[in-house]
Design a protein around this ligand. Sequence first.
Ligand code: PRP
Ligand code: MN
Ligand code: MG
Length: 181
Amino acid sequence: ATHMGKDLEKVLYTEEQIQDRLAELGQDIWRDYEGKDLLLVGVLKGAVLVMADLMRTLPGSAPMDWMAVSSYGSGTKSSGVVRILKDLDTDITDKHVLIVEDIIDSGLTLSWIRANLESRSPASVEICTLLRKPDAAKVHIDCKYVGFDIPNEFVVGYGLDFAEQYRNLRDVGTLAPHVYS
Ligand code: PRP
Ligand code: MN
Ligand code: MG
């Protein structure tokens, strides 16, 4: 383990800014899903922290479930070809599914997951993401709840990793160049 603070170049969003924004999104979500059979679906592993904090902003009960997917293909970045490593435990027929994500980068992962879930006859499928990179989009994704739009820079923290590290950083920020070398 190393001291993460020194590895960050700049903080984009502090823990407090993230929590404030999640509280706003939680209010919108609770209002929009009033009286509906809501299921929160997180995408492992990046969405773990968003899920934990977002669901605790809700004033009433809402169940969660998880998917784990792996993108395969030649490159290190997502190819859009996705394989399910862990499927939902829940039958989502007639349920109002809200996918919870940490970030939409190219959009390829979520675009595939959304189509896959829509094929299971849910009542609805919407997306909530803490971060979105508009300049990195390769496909258009209709995302109902967005925390922050960010520049096309590599960010870590609050669930987001660099080689599995830094997910436990409380803020979101960019890495200092010395970390890469
Ligand atoms: C990251 C991130 C999103 C996805 C976004 O997950 O958490 O799930 O990439 O990329 P895209 O919009 O270009 O498809 P990753 O595959 O790194 O797995 P992780 O959540 O376990 O870190
Ligand atoms: Mn992810
Ligand atoms: Mg990752």
